[in-house]
Design a protein around this ligand. Structure first.
Ligand SMILES: Nc1ncnc2c1ncn2[C@@H]1O[C@H](COP(=O)(O)OP(=O)(O)OP(=O)(O)O)[C@@H](O)[C@H]1O
Length: 884
């Protein structure tokens, strides 16, 4: 047996092998040593080999714990009946954190992503899937910013498991660093030869039943194909079943959603807080009043993927508004949604033939709720976002609705009231559904009654009042006679077994009754299983419609959640347009406000305007509320573009393409970089990627180094943002000297403080103009610094202020040609980098040159001037060295 174990284990080195031995799953050797310590199991040994085990019926809870610890588990079952010789065993399933669809191993309100990263010529191919609901996405990252973009996606998606092309880890340090930082990520390193574009294309076509992938936005050379195909290969190996619920792939690029990089997601505490990574004190917490797991997952996704399409945003807002204005119906929807099971995840269990009786009962309940919700929602004429939900909403008697209605009836008629989760013990099918099943049940039940009558008969005959009929698996039905009555046992009793307390007997009549009852029972179990599987198969044929119903419920739930939050917190519908402006009147920080007593949060306006002031430099003492103000601006934009009402009296949000939120001096010890280096890396990233349509929030940048260095850097960064990028910016600083920057697009604003002879009160109101006092000593006093230290600090401060270390006159900013390529140039360069000259015909090459010539002759943009920038790495002349 151990040889068999070793043989199987050889193919499952990366997984903990759960090896079925009778009623236990056993682990041996290194698995046993590791798992016994992880799960606190007793470590024993078998023929000198370390061993530990868990009972088969309790295995799920142990597997769930291993999943949470980032382990993969291979389930090895006995596949032949016990008899003479070795039982055959085989791995029937591999459960991994990214591929599991089992509710016990999943977080209800979070998506569960498995991702794949591969190299595709010059770009990186990135795909991810949530197998538990069948959502499948792909994108590609241009090589220039690949590591930052990957970081952003991994943070946003909270990927649980990833397949990665080995050479990427070995040859691209920034990628390796981005992966290494995610400590909980389960990583599968795949050799390069396993990534094959042609095979990937075939696998994807097979999955979608398509002849070409063009319909999914995947052209002939689309880089996304390679990672998406590899992902399906991996699922073939692990899930070991078909995945028919994965019916399409959505290819996206960064122009669809607001770019929110990893640091911004964290600094704004969108989904997880900075303290313990939980969702308390986050934006999600205040927005989330969902009633279903489907709605919660969707809402989370929307917060992390705000849109850049005003029509779509307005459709979401419209749905929220209709519910907001009809509080009675809002309450009614909330009640109905609260009773709705997770149809999306049930669909994947049906698709993968894993839905048990209770799952099917949940489908029945979900369909019931859906029917009621659908009926109630029709009067609202909601504009649903996903095509599948929109289709359901649009066609009153669509085919999908008919199918769902029929399935609901079938489940109501066929499924037992409280069905078993096993296929092997009956209790699955309702009475009156199948005549043959009813007949067998009657036979079985009558058999039991007959047994009772027969027992009474024998009691009378033998005079043993305590005579009992019992059953065990070994000898079946038997009479049990207490030892006090053994003398009364009649001749037709056949002795089967002795016990300490008496004897066990059978009779010919008892044997006959037993075969009648058992025959019927076995047939019932078989028939119930068959009927149940037929019902499940019927549900499987409606998967698409079930998925649409799930999505319909999720969208409605997300909208009602936002309507509810708006009602509780007094949020207003924003106007969202394409202008480069922000006009938030009486805005509040949604999270800080929610945790303060009602009315205590002091609202402030955020006014940034394309034509006028787009850059606000905010000074003010410590504790004055600068950071809160900055973040509330970013959060308001995210909320609006996610399709939510916002915490303001009124708001006009000119859509942002990217939002950056940087906080100076934040540690990133995990990256092994100095605090200041991280700050500068992040600032560089903003200066390289922000556009005129971005919103940049900078909170005390430049603090992590010497005053003069920090101030100079902050000054130059402000100038670059003002002159070159021209984006909307809120820049908070304690370098009051920055207020000397004089620029028509910049305004100085500060947080008001009342100072009544040293009695400091923070008014938390933004006013025009700068301030030159940081009241740092006041904050230090509040923090409890000893009085002697404070006194001494006061003396030093006076001396320093008298000396005024930053006296030098800063020369005016001379606009120099920027060293950073514009977005258009960057796109062009990326295209150029991807070009394969060997595959071009001379005519194609000539056409390209014509195209380039056209693009460089656009007024105001001049690549020729910047040719020194794009020399190839060898230092030799690049294409752009040639005068065009
Ligand atoms: N508008 C407001 N209304 C009420 N309370 C506020 C407001 N803004 C901020 N606060 C509270 O004031 C405290 C300090 O705010 P914040 O951290 O934003 O100040 P800061 O100016 O950035 O301070 P520092 O410069 O020391 O980082 C926070 O606890 C916050 O809850």
């Amino acid at each position: 047996m151990l040889d068999q174990y070793r043989r199987i284990k050889r193919d499952h080195q990366g997984e903990v092998l759960f090896f079925r031995l009778g009623d236990f799953y056993e682990m041996f050797q290194e698995d046993a040593v590791e798992v016994s310590s992880l799960l606190n199991l007793t470590l024993t040994s078998r023929t000198g080999q370390p061993m530990c085990g868990v009972p088969y019926h309790a295995a799920r809870s142990y597997i769930a714990r291993l999943m949470r610890l980032g382990k993969k588990v291979a389930i090895c079952e006995q596949i032949s009946e016990p008899g003479n010789g070795l039982i055959e065993r085989q791995v029937v399933e591999i459960i991994t954190p990214g591929t599991t669809i089992d509710e016990d191993y999943l977080d209800r309100g979070s998506s569960n992503y498995l991702a794949c990263l591969a190299l595709s010529k010059e770009s990186l191919s990135f795909a991810y899937i949530d197998l538990s609901i069948g959502d499948f996405y792909a994108t590609s990252f241009p090589s220039e910013n690949a590591a930052e973009l990957l970081r952003g996606e991994l943070e946003r998606l909270d990927v649980k498991e990833m397949i990665i092309q080995e050479s990427l880890l070995e040859e691209y340090k920034p990628i390796k660093d981005a992966i290494d930082e995610r400590t909980g990520l389960v990583l599968n390193r795949w050799a390069d030869w396993l990534f094959d574009k042609e095979r990937s294309r075939e696998r994807l076509n097979k999955q979608f039943g398509s002849a070409s992938l063009k319909g999914f936005g995947l052209g002939e050379n689309a880089p996304e194909i390679i990672s998406a195909g590899a992902l399906l290969d991996y699922l073939d190996d692990t899930a070991k079943t078909l995945i028919p619920h994965v019916r399409a792939i959505a290819v996206y690029d960064d122009s669809e959603f607001v770019g929110i990089d990893e640091a911004t997601q964290r600094n704004l505490e969108l989904i997880r807080n900075l303290q313990d990574g939980e969702n308390h004190f986050t934006l999600l917490e205040v927005m989330d009043h969902t009633r279903t797991a489907m709605g919660r997952r969707l809402l989370k996704g929307r917060i992390l993927h705000p849109l850049r399409d005003a029509a779509k945003i307005n459709a979401r807002l419209g749905m929220v508004e209709k519910l907001y204005h009809n509080q009675e119906k809002l309450g009614c929807f909330r009640d109905m949604l609260a009773k709705t099971p997770d149809l999306e995840r049930l669909c994947s269990r049906i698709a993968m033939d894993k839905a048990h009786g209770k799952d099917m009962a949940a489908v029945k309940n979900a369909l019931n709720s859906f029917g009621l919700i659908y009926q109630e929602s029709r009067v609202f004429d909601f504009q649903f976002e996903s095509p599948e939900a929109a289709l359901l909403a649009g066609e009153k008697n669509s085919q999908a609705l008919v199918l769902l209605g029929e399935l609901k009836k079938l489940l109501e008629k066929g499924l037992a009231e409280d069905p078993s989760i096993l296929l092997t013990e009956g209790k699955l099918i309702q009475e009156g559904f199948d005549p043959e099943l009813d007949r067998l049940r009657e036979l079985r039940d009558n058999g039991r009654k007959t047994l009772e009558t027969y027992l009474e008969e024998e009691k009378g005959l033998t005079g043993i009042a305590s005579l009992k009929i019992r059953y065990n698996r070994l000898i079946g039905y038997y009479f049990e006679v207490n030892k006090n009555h053994l003398s009364k046992v009649p001749g037709h009793f056949i002795r089967r077994q002795g016990m300490a307390t008496g004897e066990r007997y059978t009779t010919n009549r008892l044997g006959e009754l037993e075969s009648e009852i058992n025959g019927a029972s076995d047939k019932i179990i078989e028939l119930e299983k068959k009927l149940f599987l037929e019902i499940r198969e019927q549900a499987k044929s409606c998967l698409e419609s079930l998925g649409s119903a799930g999505r319909y419920i999720a969208e409605l739930d997300a909208a009602q959640s936002l309507a509810r939050a708006s009602t509780i917190h007094g949020w207003a519908r924003p106007i969202v347009d394409n202008e480069n402006r922000l006009r938030i009147i009486e805005g509040r920080h949604p999270v800080v406000e929610a945790h303060l007593p009602r009315g205590e949060f002091i609202p402030n306006d955020v006014i940034l305007d394309e034509a006028g002031i787009a850059f606000a430099l905010i000074t003010g003492p410590n504790m004055a509320g600068k950071s809160t103000y900055l973040r509330q601006a970013a959060l308001t934009v995210i909320m609006a573009q996610a399709g939510s009402f916002v915490p303001a009296e009124e708001a006009i949000i000119g859509m942002c393409d990217r939002i950056y939120c940087r906080v100076g001096a934040s540690d990133s010890l995990a990256r092994g970089e100095s605090t200041f280096l991280v700050e500068m890396n992040e600032t560089a990233y903003i200066l390289h990627t922000a556009t005129e349509k971005s919103l940049v929030i900078m909170d005390e940048i430049g603090r992590g180094t010497g005053t003069n260095d920090g101030l100079s850097i902050a000054w130059a960064v402000c100038e670059d943002l003002l002159d070159r990028i021209k984006c909307r910016t809120l820049f908070a600083t304690h370098y009051h000297e920055l207020s000397q920057i004089s620029h028509p697009r910049m305004s100085n604003r500060s947080m008001e403080v009342s100072d009544n002879n040293g009695e400091i009160v923070f008014l938390r109101k933004l006013k025009e103009g700068s301030t030159s006092n940081s009241y740092g000593l006041h904050a230090a006093r509040l923090a409890g610094l000893p009085e002697t230290v404070l006194e001494r600090a006061g003396e030093i401060l006076e001396t320093l202020e008298a000396a005024n270390p930053i006296k030098a006159q800063i020369p005016p900013h001379e606009k120099k040609e920027s060293k950073v390529p514009s977005e258009r140039e960057a796109k062009f360069l990326s295209k150029l980098a991807k070009l394969d000259p060997d595959s071009l015909t001379p005519l194609e090459a000539l056409n390209l040159i014509h195209e380039w010539k056209k693009s460089v002759s656009v007024p105001g943009e001049n690549f020729v001037k910047r040719r020194s920038l794009i020399k190839d790495e060898s230092g030799g002349p690049s294409l752009f060295d040639t005068e065009i």
